[in-house]
Design a protein around this ligand. Structure first.
Ligand SMILES: *Cc1c(COP(=O)(O)O)cnc(C)c1O
Length: 373
């Protein structure tokens, strides 16, 4: 089975992890600090905090933004559930905005009419690694005094108008994940980048139980915190992986160019596009099959032939849990999108021959009438 995503670990990565295992520090120590500095430098932000995963990173970023129970937060339904689950965890209410037809990102033109007296923040998600229209989103946020928290879990290594995602040039905080299918991995892991010193210090405190040192150097608990610490074992892997990030993104982009070349003449499908000004990190490669029956048929056909396809994402508001909360939405573009999307394998180390095998199956499905069954 060719999976839809896969990590790329080499001997250098393994050596770095072994060094930590032989050292005195296994939990958060010098490697976490080293990884954080490298991340901040890479992203172009002043501060970075490494944590246990992207979900805990979202939790702390939302807390740092000052979100409180009852606050409304505008975001996209085309995301992994963690984006909005962490809003619910702090009592805030996700308000779902429809997506664009071209990038499948939040439609910035539809944000403003969702703003109420309770709105406090906007959470753009750079779906598939393609940056959202951050300049326009920032402008709206400024006008209504809203926080902007980027769920950049897909977008480490991506650029928007020549600024790295992570620079927080158009946001208050940006959140990343280092799950094995993401741009780089630490096994489980995540990080928050920001240029705001106050947020940075708060996040450091919350990461470790809300404990701080008082003037006499004694440990005191000053906030309700958590244990969201990353281990040095993970950070060693992260720091080693980060050195290869730009190469990884170039390889992902090459995979995408092979797909584009092989699939360009199939009229039943829509290929993903990179909008002007964007440099996508291509976390996932999503094609759309115009007809839902054919999409389901193609997915089945690829699966039985060993291709690990996936569907990113079912609209968050359609999950049973969200429906039980009372969400009863049908956003037009989102509904069309999730009936027709199909994620094909895309990761570092996926060879051209494998792409031809996959695209060969797609072509035979549409050319030999298999799609009519
Ligand atoms: C992966 C992901 C997360 C969660 O990250 P974890 O590290 O798995 O907790 C959140 N949001 C999006 C968009 C993601 O893709």
């Amino acid at each position: 089975m060719i999976p839809y995503g896969h990590q790329n670990i080499d001997e250098d990565d393994i050596d770095e992890v072994i060094k930590v295992l032989k050292s005195d520090w296994l939990t958060q120590g010098p490697k976490v600090l080293e990884f954080e500095r490298a991340l901040a430098k890479y992203g172009g932000a002043k501060y970075a905090v490494a944590v246990t995963n992207g979900t805990s990173a979202l939790h702390l970023a939302y807390l740092a933004s000052g979100l409180k129970p009852g606050d409304e937060v505008i975001t996209t339904p085309n995301t992994f559930v963690a984006t909005t689950n962490m809003l619910l965890a702090i009592g805030a209410k996700p308000i779902f905005c429809d997506i664009r037809e071209d990038s499948y990102n939040i439609d910035e033109k539809k944000i403003e009419k969702l703003i109420t007296a309770k709105t406090r923040a906007i959470v753009p998600v750079h779906f598939s690694g393609q940056p959202c229209e951050m300049e326009k989103i920032k402008k709206i946020a400024k006008k209504y005094k809203l926080a902007v928290i980027e769920d950049a879990c897909h977008a480490l290594g991506a650029k928007y108008k020549n600024s790295k995602i992570g620079s927080c040039k158009f946001s208050d905080l940006a959140v990343f994940s280092f799950h094995p299918v993401k741009s780089i991995t630490t096994g489980e892991g995540g990080a928050i980048l920001t240029n705001n010193r106050e947020y940075y210090e708060k996040i450091l405190t919350w990461r470790t139980h809300g404990i701080n040192k008082d003037a006499a150097g004694k440990n005191i608990m000053t906030e309700l915190g958590y244990n969201y610490r990353m281990t040095d074992i993970q950070a060693a892997l992260g720091a080693s992986q980060l050195k290869k990030l730009d190469k990884f993104i170039r390889e992902r982009r090459r995979v995408v160019s092979w797909y584009a070349k092989e699939l360009k003449n199939i009229k039943d499908i829509i290929l993903p596009v990179e909008l002007p000004g964007n440099y996508s990190s291509w976390h996932i490669y999503v094609i759309r099959v115009k007809d839902k029956k054919k999409r389901d048929g193609l997915a089945e056909y690829l699966k039985i032939n060993g291709v690990g396809v996936n569907f990113h994402y079912p609209a968050v508001y359609n999950h049973p849990y969200y429906r039980r909360l009372g969400y009863d939405l049908k956003l037009k573009n989102t509904e069309i999108y999730h009936r027709t999307c199909l994620t094909l394998p895309c990761f570092v180390g996926l060879e051209r021959a494998k792409i031809c095998q996959i695209t060969g199956l797609v072509k035979s499905y549409f050319t030999f009438g298999l799609s009519k069954k």
